[in-house]
Ligand binder design. Structure first.
Ligand SMILES: *Cc1c(COP(=O)(O)O)cnc(C)c1O
Length: 395
């Protein structure tokens, strides 16, 4: 699989990046070793100086991790991929590698709660300020640019309202201001959206979600061109937010079914969204596959599928939303998403609970909002579960 450009996505998802050992194993091997042995002192020196390619120490190179990186790079159409211990460490590593004190980030307000916390409350301690932009209008992002802006950071579709951001337009805004565009591609994965082809410079992943796809391990990744990839790698190899070989192996196997899962789970999400929209206890459904979604057309243009996450507002307030959640017997009450098991959360009191009420209101995370990540259970069983919850929601 050296010339990966000749193969389609489904083929790459199963075969890209595989390296076989002298035993010719068919499944990818799991290399649980912290270091690698050299033939001689001279070889050790050549490896350390970079004169000779090869593994040294698993903080910065491991064949199982390399196989995952090469496969994900092929799927995103990236020259480089650097795997990290989690999605949050992918974001932190990227920012620490590419920005310095005194520089500025423009980020969407509608991003993952922990990402908001990192940008808003942690990075300012190190002299990196972020301006948060409400809404998805490219002009609003342009207006927030400063001479020292180095990065535009977005998530599309965003969590939990499924707002779509125009990647090509925002890449133009970023580049016009001398900044890079990073896209958190967690919700779509490369199966449904390839941000680099639309002009983004960096793709961020929480591999914890759909890339593993079965709720088993934490992981993350950054995909970019060779130059940016080298910068991110240089930072990671010294600072150590490295993905473990075991987690890489699990995620590598997850990638083999990524396309199948994304399409099946997206189809169920669309069916469920349509059904929810017709329920009298539901005030509003947020799902880009519905014509009622304000950016339905943009989603259709930018994505090859609508994804498996939807959110909806139940009539009433927090009490009604909590009653619904508490009456689901099948759908799990858990923070994870991207699992084959469907999950439900009340964002205002969980993932966005640490966000101030004003910011929460500005990003549309209301007290009656619930988010569902649709898994692979039968649609009939999921509907029955939600019907029970909806009936109970009115109290
Ligand atoms: C979960 C998530 C993250 C963080 O990933 P971890 O693997 O939990 O660190 C970042 N962005 C989005 C959109 C997420 O859903």
């Amino acid at each position: 699989m050296s010339d990966t450009h000749d193969f389609d996505f489904d083929t790459l998802a199963v075969r890209a990046g595989q390296q076989r050992s002298q035993f010719n194993e068919h499944a990818e091997a799991l290399y649980l070793t912290s270091s690698f042995v050299f033939d001689s002192a001279a070889q050790a020196a050549a490896r350390f100086s970079g004169e000779e390619a090869g593994n040294i120490y698993s903080r910065f190179s491991n064949p199982t991790v390399s196989m995952l990186q090469d496969r994900l790079a092929a799927l995103e159409g990236a020259e480089a991929c650097i795997a990290t211990a989690s999605g949050m460490s992918a974001i932190l590593t990227t920012i620490m590698a590419l920005l310095k004190s005194g520089e500025h980030i423009v980020a969407s307000q509608s991003i993952f709660g922990a990402t908001q916390q990192m940008l808003g409350n942690i990075l300012p301690k190190f002299g990196i300020e972020t301006t948060f932009v409400t809404g998805s209008e490219p002009a609003a992002f342009r207006a927030a640019l400063r001479p020292n802006t180095k990065l535009l950071f977005i998530e599309t579709p965003s969590n939990p309202l499924m707002t779509i951001f125009d990647i090509a337009a925002l890449a133009e805004v970023a580049h016009g201001g001398g900044a890079l565009l990073a896209v958190d591609n967690c919700f779509c994965t490369p199966a449904l959206q390839r941000p680099l082809a639309l002009g983004a410079d960096l793709v961020i992943h929480s591999a914890t979600k759909y890339l593993d796809g079965q709720g088993r391990v934490l992981g993350g990744a950054v995909c970019a061109d060779k130059t940016l990839g080298e910068e991110v790698f240089k930072f990671l190899r010294t600072t150590g937010a490295t993905l473990s070989a075991f987690n890489a192996w699990v995620i590598l196997k997850g990638l083999e079914t990524l396309d199948l899962r994304m399409r099946a789970q997206s189809a169920s999400a669309l069916a469920l969204a349509r059904w929810l929209e017709a329920q009298p206890q539901v005030a509003r459904v947020h799902y880009p596959g519905l014509p009622s979604h304000p950016q339905h057309a943009l989603a259709a243009r930018q994505q090859s599928g609508h994804g498996a996450i939807l959110s909806f507002e139940v009539k009433g307030g927090r009490e009604s939303a909590w009653r619904l959640v508490d009456h689901c017997r099948l759908i799990s009450i858990t923070a994870n998403l991207g699992d084959t098991k469907s999950t439900i959360t009340h964002p205002a009191s969980t993932t966005h609970g640490r966000v101030s009420p004003e910011v929460r209101a500005a990003s549309g995370v209301s007290e009656n909002l619930l988010r569902i990540a649709v898994g692979l259970e039968s649609i009939g069983d999921l509907q029955a579960d939600l019907a029970r919850g909806l009936a109970a929601s009115a109290g």
